[in-house]
Design a protein. Structure first.
Length: 267
């Protein structure tokens, strides 16, 4: 039988075991103060360990290690939450995508990374971009990285796609003086025959800090996706997971798979 007891219970039994200076022939007395569910799970384990010659202190050590594993598992579970978009009123029980994105952006203290396929140009998202630009300008954010696909102009990139996208981005998407580091898929610039462009949807706040958080979602950074479509994603407050995602994008830039736009963002 696998142990499903909480860490606190395992540690309590371990404490009782450490008080013993002999190996009992029966565990009923030691476990009598605990519930039947605890006795059912632990008694057979303790009996088996006695058969293997284990001392109560060794049993206590094992229970403490199992408690550590339970704590780590619970911490990982607590670090993830489901995030949902859609027109139906399901958000009473599930976090809303736009509200989650808005909170991530507003609570970021040093950096943001945003990846999307379609980049939203509705008034609501332009206000969001303007707020990010204002925080960049006032030093409230040190760096913003933006990965996107220029869907609105993808069929009219001309002879110099990178320059065309840069001009469009600076005029139509981000006209404010404080600019993010913006990137597009290199295959878009090299006129690749593959129709496989940047399609990841991710928001990371404060990567490489103790407060790192990341949202991985099916929703584009647009009003349609985050307000009207049915979209699903996961928010993690695990620093390790958030940093893993951030590192992936950094590697893509370092390897030249994403190309920077001419935005004038300071390095």
């Amino acid at each position: 039988m696998s142990l499903t007891l909480p860490a606190q219970t395992l540690r309590a039994v371990a404490t009782d075991l450490r008080r013993l200076n002999y190996t009992p022939t029966s565990w009923q007395g030691l476990l009598s103060t605990h519930s039947e569910a605890i006795r059912l799970q632990l008694e057979s384990l303790l009996v088996e360990m006695v058969r293997e010659g284990a001392h109560p202190r060794l049993m206590a050590l094992l229970l403490d290690r199992l408690a550590d594993a339970q704590d780590a598992l619970q911490k990982e579970r607590n670090a993830w939450s489901f995030v949902w978009s859609g027109p139906d009123p399901l958000h009473a029980k599930t976090a809303d995508t736009f509200a989650t994105v808005d909170q991530l952006i507003n609570e970021a203290r040093c950096s943001l990374l945003i990846a999307t396929y379609n980049i939203g140009l509705s008034s609501e998202f332009r206000e969001l971009f303007a707020s990010i630009a204002d925080r960049l300008a006032h030093g409230q954010l040190n760096r913003v990285d933006l990965f996107f696909h220029p869907k609105q102009i993808e069929d009219r990139l001309g002879a110099d796609p990178l320059a065309t996208i840069s001009t469009w981005f600076n005029r139509e998407v981000w006209p404010w003086p404080a600019k993010p580091h913006a990137y597009v898929d290199r295959r878009l610039i090299t006129s690749s025959l593959e129709r496989c462009y940047q399609h990841a949807k991710v928001v990371i706040a404060d990567a490489e800090t103790p407060g790192a958080k990341a949202l991985v979602t099916s929703a584009n950074f647009s009003e349609t996706a985050q307000r009207h479509n049915y979209e699903a994603g996961w928010l993690t407050t695990s620093v390790q997971r958030a940093c893993e995602i951030h590192k992936q994008f950094s590697l893509l830039v370092d390897q030249g798979l994403f190309l920077p736009l001419a935005t004038g963002a300071s390095r």
